[in-house]
Design a protein. Structure first.
Length: 97
């Protein structure tokens, strides 16, 4: 399984693996979100599901289409993602080495 190879590589090389799902305009299938989350937990991988991040923000300017952020949306999401990654890495023991 490729996921195991990636996690093994990260462990052997002192790397932190963090995966995430980016926002979509309307998520019509929550089962895949749950399956992905369970798979990441099974492999002890840090995972952020941002699929519904803009669910309560109806600013259409954030979207190019139902699956892709516009530049404005991507810029906003990039700040959110950067904050999440900074927090995660700050809490990770590798940073203190």
């Amino acid at each position: 399984m490729y996921l195991k190879q990636i996690t093994d590589f990260c462990t052997q090389n002192g790397k932190v693996l963090i995966l995430f799902t980016s926002p979509v305009y309307k998520d019509s299938c929550k089962k895949d979100n749950q399956a992905m989350s369970q798979l990441m937990k099974k492999h002890n991988i840090t995972y952020y599901d941002f699929t519904d991040y803009f669910e309560n923000d109806d600013n259409i300017d954030y979207w190019r289409d139902e699956a892709h952020l516009s530049k404005k949306g991507a810029d906003k999401f990039s700040l959110i993602l950067a904050d999440a990654l900074k927090r995660e890495l700050k809490n990770n023991s590798c940073e203190s080495k």
